[in-house]
Design a protein around this ligand. Sequence first.
Ligand code: ZN
Ligand code: ZN
Ligand code: FE
Length: 751
Amino acid sequence: MKQGLRVVIEGVVQGVGFRPFVYQLAKKYHVQGNVSNTGEGVVIDIEGSADDLDLFTAELRNNPPSLAKIDRITVHAQERKHFVRFDIIESIHHTKTTSISPDIAVCEACLSEMNDPHDRRYGYYLINCTDCGPRYSILERLPYDRAFTSMKSFKMCSRCQTEYDDPSNRRYHAQPISCHECGPVLCMVDPKLYPIIQGNTVIEQTAQYLKNGAIVAVKGIGGFHLLCDASNEEAVSTLRLRKKRPEKPFAVMFSDRDQLCKYVCVDDQERALLTSKERPIVLVKKSLNTDLASNISPHIDTVGAMLAYAPIHHLLFDLLSFPLVATSANRSDEPIIRNAQELHARLGEIVDAIVDFNRDIVNTADDSIVQIIQNRRITLRLGRGFSPYTVIHTTHTPLKILAVGGQQKNTIALAFGDKMILSPHIGDLHTIEGMEYFERTVDTFKRFYDFSPDVIVYDKHPSYATTQWAKNQGVSVIAVQHHYAHALACMAEFGLEEKVLAFCFDGTGYGDDGTIWGGEIFMADPIHCERIGHIRPFRLLGGEKAIKEPKRVALALLFDIYPLSEIRELELPLLQYFTSDEMTLYHAIWEKGLNSPLCSSIGRVFDAMGSFCDILHENGYEGECGRRLEEFYDPDFGESFVYTIQNGVIDLLPMVREIVRLAHSREYTRIATGFIHTLVTIMEEFTQLYPGLPIVLSGGVFQNKTLLSLCVKRLEAKGCKVYFQEQTPINDGGIALGQLYYGHHHTRRGK
Ligand code: ZN
Ligand code: ZN
Ligand code: FE
């Protein structure tokens, strides 16, 4: 006897070859019915014998298409409709809750066609199929159908159409497919947008430019890159000069694994990430005597590496013998650029030529950045390939919630039903462009999911751009303290609902008492948070300025210990960076607390250590002191410094006294090593005061590989269960997710 079933598959299941897979499966097990894409996901109505249906659903669960990411499969019986065959039917549009597939690197099958002179897509710069290619970046709205992507204006030629219609073809319903005959056209224009050339000769011309040391903007998947020869010191320094980016490391793109291994050292896990279909930037060690230009990542032994992922990258590398600097095309801290007009307007002075094609980037996504620490992945930037990222809850959210994130490394997140969705990296919001990109992303996600928030969650900082924005939306709002949100982000990723001991070591964030926080220890669950420990506050001389100038933080710590006259007698390198008058002035503002807010940030203490070790005194890039301090770390000098803890207040001044002595004799290795060990010893002490709780590590400071590794090792050795974010950003990019988790629990409680 035949039975009828409805199977609903949720997750990333559209644009990944799911329907043809189901079609083949139906043929294999002789079942009838149909499959369609709906706003929820993939829906199958199916009829057959009980045995065949069992086999069908078992294989569906156990062997789905490789790009699919299934969150849930629900199966229930329904009345028979007496189907006579199995069909793939057109998309049905109603509710929109399906997960959107991120963009996927070009697959091997497409690459070999692209390299085959007898294939009709030989040298085709936008080749893709059901297993690869753009998704999120070209999508206007759901469901994922060509008509709702930026390929909608390109009519398929008859040969592409035949492939598209044939369920046995690799390009069956691959929405963005095209070819030389029917697809977008590649062109090269000069920085003023005057056309230079069109078609495949653009690739040769671009290669020639790069060989000559030029800087070329090349359209990729989620935005434009600025490319130049990564082995050419002069080309890299030109790029630095023009981009006004003196030291901050650039990412490097390699043609393939062989080239990669000539320049950097990777272990198995790093290699697996580099070659994954998401193709993120992975922070890896440079080889000794590497031929990479030394100014790519000055003073540090790591570099952000990635492999070519768009077809156009592979075509370029066929003509080049060197790796390429591939940095997001933007002005510092502004969003990544997605069209030639913007490039001309904002970077016209920086680039020598622009390589473009007329398939629009609807949604931008920067390259993702990840790192392997203690055999686990940490995410420094969630972008192309990984985002939008979905976390599935065990419980339903009764309301639609939007979380608007922080001010730097902004992302947004939304919750509806049992889903929490985190957007790609948006970036810093202190520019008009940044705020425009933020609003555009909110609109995009509202459109994708027919979403209109009932509640908006925002950061307590009164002057974050998102704070005012949230309050202006005319819906109810909830504020969450920044560092609590960091802890919550980790809890959200792992679905933790129990009480945890959270160490939130961070840059700066607005604290509940109006001072600036960033070295906080909480006992927290998703509803409540108690601040049980923090770094004894010190003054940020000149407020924001102190964030740019580590020497000011070091000086403020000295003011906390010594009278000004004694400081003048100290023989510390950092003191050369102040004139005598400046010292007098800073001492006065320190004494009166003028424009010198109190702060407990460990990020800032790291900066002070950088200044004590004469690494950097002013104007570095964010996290530079911490990163360069790691270069001094030596496990053979593993003792902690002295500190005290009283009523949860951690006083580091005894440590600073020792450090002053060591800085006097230029013992920087001991300072760097001792400081990192001190932080871990403090954490151990708290775990003993609050035994048995799961440990959560969150905040930007934990991007420091040396610190995070040591922490995990020592805390696990003490029997602690240690959690830190792997799939979502451990820095401010995760704030929105934490806010969302808080909103989720609070609105549930209110019901
Ligand atoms: Zn492919
Ligand atoms: Zn075609
Ligand atoms: Fe933060």
